[in-house]
Design a binder for this molecule. Structure first.
Ligand SMILES: Nc1nc2c(c(=O)[nH]1)N[C@H]1C(S)=C(S)[C@@H](COP(=O)(O)OP(=O)(O)OC[C@H]3O[C@@H](n4cnc5c(=O)[nH]c(N)nc54)[C@H](O)[C@@H]3O)O[C@H]1N2
Ligand SMILES: Nc1nc2c(c(=O)[nH]1)N[C@H]1C(S)=C(S)[C@@H](COP(=O)(O)OP(=O)(O)OC[C@H]3O[C@@H](n4cnc5c(=O)[nH]c(N)nc54)[C@H](O)[C@@H]3O)O[C@H]1N2
Ligand code: SF4
Ligand SMILES: [Mo]
Length: 706
């Protein structure tokens, strides 16, 4: 007789939305995964990816024990052997070539795994390298930069209070597909509908008529990479038409006059029209509507962040919210009060430009160098060259610009270790892979996403299943590596501190600790706890040295000259089309294509193109075309759609699994090609070092291999 089924509640850790799951299981088998209706935040919402947690758990390609690459293939080795070899080889490289000869790449799931979030930094610190890279410079550095410069700390990023807003202006975000980012908001679709039901409006600015645009009240096409011109023109209109109303923020805000002077003569809507393709009248109308709405939030995301003027664009997004008094005001852009507040006691921030990258002279930010220059640092000989790499939770061969160059660079290393669960496009270059227990096997608390949520909430998930015998948690791996690197006496019988102990401390000493919130409370409330709507937090929350909000920071204002140059040059190129990215609900960056239920159906790795652009090139629907950029070419089937702005083409990222040595049985059958074989490692936002993925100049030619 089989045992009865049981129910387990936990948070989905696959994206930023923090959906509550209700999982029925028997023994070690998942019977079903559904939305947890009693989760006060997600209210039963899930997306199709949640069910794939089961596929990851049962995936025969997922590694459970360390493996070593040999001439005849991969062999399993013991943890002792793996740790010894990794630490010996890393030390050897550092002894021979200096500490900077070891580079690190930390990828996106680093912040979706509690153990990695808590334990990886100690290991990285023990390496003492200045060659630290992460997905942040392929994603959100502009948000951090603007937050640091204006509010005093890179983590002080405001989020849209969409549950109370009457006007949500979205630039370069597609939350209906991505489920939101730098805005943890499970069930965006219903929250968006609620805005409309209470008489509010949603406006989307995007070069593609997206899934979100379809649900919005208005969609405006914009030429890729030109948001900073639109936003400057909006600031111009705010001053010219006397719409500025800083309100209560005026008491602690500096720099309003500086910004006014910047837009006094330049950056009119007429000038912006030429670059953005948005009629001047539309820019004026949108600005007036935004300023007039009592509760409005201007929100920008990946589309505006990963472009040549990303830093300026995110500063302008904040500036527009400040100038109209919508920052830190209900229904506007607000700051979360998280239950675990890792900014408690934070000092004014200075982690910028303390060192520069060796080859291109790019400044460090937040202890990191731009990932766009990682391949240069590996391939360029000389003192300080990277000879060994550590990757964790990352697949930069598919996810960073000019991935082919990085692919070649990784192949040239003396040593590489990957902390990862798969043998994929990146980790196939590793000499040793250390796999972590993951997903349903782990305890979970979202330190980062509770911090960026549109409501104050807290939730802890216990592991559902025990990890496999012989498997290790990520925090065990990082702690052991750290201790061995530090030559500390390593005593296998002394238990390592568990990450949830840190969460317990964080909760007790956090803003709700006085009311008794602790890990125990969260364990007793497995659906999570609601701590109320966002509250105004300024000026108290500011971390600038003078406790004032700086609307016109020097580093940012200096970058305006670059924008002015582009205003004159008008962004032309010998290549006629501009390439942008695309996210699909059933993709998750580069790593979830090994789940049959997520990849089945029509091929999603297509080039979307406007029919006019196709006709002028004699391209027909479904045909395989060649897309060529400065750095490379790919062949991909074309999909014709008026969803695309003419002159703009789009491809998803995270495909390209057809490379030799990849051990992903299902993903390899849906290999696709990588957009990052086209994106250019030389094209970055000069201010923040962020990859300019969007607006890459390309040509599209009918036929294969042309
Ligand atoms: N052209 C283009 N490129 C882009 C983007 C774009 O919009 N356009 N988006 C960028 C953005 S926003 C991001 S964040 C990056 C993401 O790019 P990456 O940082 O490279 O992250 P992923 O592609 O998600 O790769 C995740 C890796 O983590 C491994 N993994 C999964 N779970 C675990 C775990 O529990 N433990 C460990 N140790 N490993 C695990 C997977 O096997 C995989 O190797 O891509 C960027 N690249
Ligand atoms: N299903 C799914 N969900 C995900 C991910 C995933 O890969 N798949 N990845 C996760 C990660 S790591 C992140 S960072 C978030 C990202 O979350 P979002 O920022 O919502 O990501 P996207 O869906 O890529 O939306 C970016 C939008 O910007 C538009 N865009 C491109 N160029 C420009 C431009 O120059 N200007 C403007 N205004 N718009 C432009 C694109 O057409 C696209 O609609 O999603 C997360 N959630
Ligand atoms: S939206 Fe994100 S958190 Fe929610 S179920 Fe899907 S992948 Fe998980
Ligand atoms: Mo991201």
């Amino acid at each position: 007789m089989s045992a009865a089924s049981n129910v387990h509640y936990r948070t989905c850790n696959l994206c930023e939305a923090m959906c509550g799951l209700e999982i029925t299981y028997r023994d070690r088998e998942v019977l079903s995964i559904a939305g947890d209706k009693n989760d006060p935040f997600s209210r039963g919402h899930i997306c199709p990816k949640a069910v794939a947690l089961k596929d990851i758990y049962t995936d025969p390609n997922r590694l459970k024990r360390p493996v070593r690459r040999t001439e005849t293939g991969w062999e399993e080795i013991s943890w002792e052997e793996a740790f010894t070899e990794v630490v010996t080889r890393l030390r050897q490289v550092q002894a021979q070539h200096g500490t900077d000869a070891v580079g690190v790449y930390a990828g996106n799931p680093s912040i979706h795994n509690l153990g990695t979030t808590i334990a990886a930094p100690g290991f990285i610190k023990a390496l003492q390298t200045r060659h630290m890279f992460s997905a942040s410079s392929a994603d959100q550095f502009p948000h951090h930069f603007a937050a640091w410069q204006m509010f005093g700390h890179p983590m002080l990023m405001p989020v849209p209070d969409i549950d109370h807003t009457d006007y949500w202006l979205i630039l370069g975000g597609n939350p209906i597909a991505s489920n939101g980012s730098i805005m943890t908001a499970p069930d965006v679709a219903n929250r968006l509908r609620a805005i409309q039901q209470r008489g509010g409006k949603v406006v989307v600015v995007d070069p593609r008529h997206t899934e979100t645009a379809r649900k919005a009240d208005e969609h405006v096409f914009i030429r890729p990479g030109t948001d900073a011109f639109l936003l400057m023109a909006m600031v111009h209109v705010l001053f010219a038409d006397e719409l500025v109303n800083v309100g209560r923020l005026a008491a602690f805000t500096d720099g309003v006059e500086t910004v006014q002077a910047l837009v006094a003569t330049d950056f009119s809507p007429e000038q912006a029209e030429v670059l953005t393709g948005i009629p001047a009248q539309t820019i004026r109308r949108l600005t007036h509507a935004f300023a007039a709405a009592p509760k409005a939030a201007c929100y920008g995301r990946v589309g505006v962040s990963t472009q040549a003027f990303g830093g300026l664009a995110l500063w302008l997004v904040n500036a527009i919210n400040v100038l109209t008094g919508k920052l830190d005001s209900p229904g506007g852009m607000m700051f979360t009060t998280p239950a675990v507040d890792f900014l408690a006691g934070a000092k004014p921030y200075n982690r910028y430009g303390r060192w520069k990258s060796r080859v291109r002279g790019l400044p460090e930010f937040m202890g990191e160098l731009p990932v766009s220059t990682l391949s240069d640092e590996i391939l360029t000989p000389g003192p300080g060259q990277i000879r060994a790499m550590v990757t964790s939770c990352g697949n930069p061969v598919l996810s960073t610009p000019n991935g082919r160059k990085l692919d070649d660079a990784f192949a040239s290393l003396d040593f590489m270790v990957s902390i990862d669960i798969y043998i994929n496009e990146t980790t196939r270059h590793a000499h040793i892979i250390l796999p972590t227990a993951t997903g349903l096997e782990t305890a979970h608390y979202d330190t980062t996403f509770h911090f960026l949520a549109i409501r104050n909430t807290a939730k802890f998930s216990e592991p559902l299943f025990e990890k496999d015998t012989g498997a290790k948690y990520d925090w065990e791996i990082f702690e052991e590596l750290r201790l061995r690197l530090e030559h500390a006496e390593f005593d296998a019988t002394t238990p390592l501190p568990r990450p949830e102990q840190k969460i317990d401390l964080g909760l007790r000493y956090g803003p709700y600790g006085k009311t008794g919130l602790s890990l125990r409370t969260l364990i007793d409330n497995p659906h999570g706890i609601d701590l109320g709507p966002l509250q105004p937090r300024l000026p108290d929350r500011l971390l600038t040295a003078d406790k004032r909000l700086n609307l016109a920071p020097e580093l940012i204002i200096a970058d305006i000259s670059r924008l002015k140059e582009a205003l004159t040059a008008r962004l032309t190129n010998a290549m006629p089309l501009q390439l942008i990215g695309r996210r699909h609900l059933r993709d998750n960056n580069s790593w979830m294509h090994n789940s049959e239920r997520l990849v089945k159906g029509p091929n999603r790795c297509t080039l979307q193109m406007h029919p006019q652009d196709a006709a002028s090139r004699s391209i027909v629907a479904g045909q395989t075309v060649t897309v060529r950029s400065r750095v490379g070419a790919v062949e991909v089937p074309v999909e014709l759609t008026t969803d695309m702005m003419p002159g703009v083409v789009s491809m998803p990222h995270g495909y390209g699994h057809g490379r030799k040595g990849v051990k992903l049985a299902i993903a390899s059958q849906h290999a696709g090609v990588s957009i990052n074989d086209l994106t250019d490692e030389q094209e970055i936002d000069a201010l923040t070092g962020t990859a300019a993925f969007n607006g890459v100049w390309v040509e599209v030619l009918a036929g294969e291999n042309v």
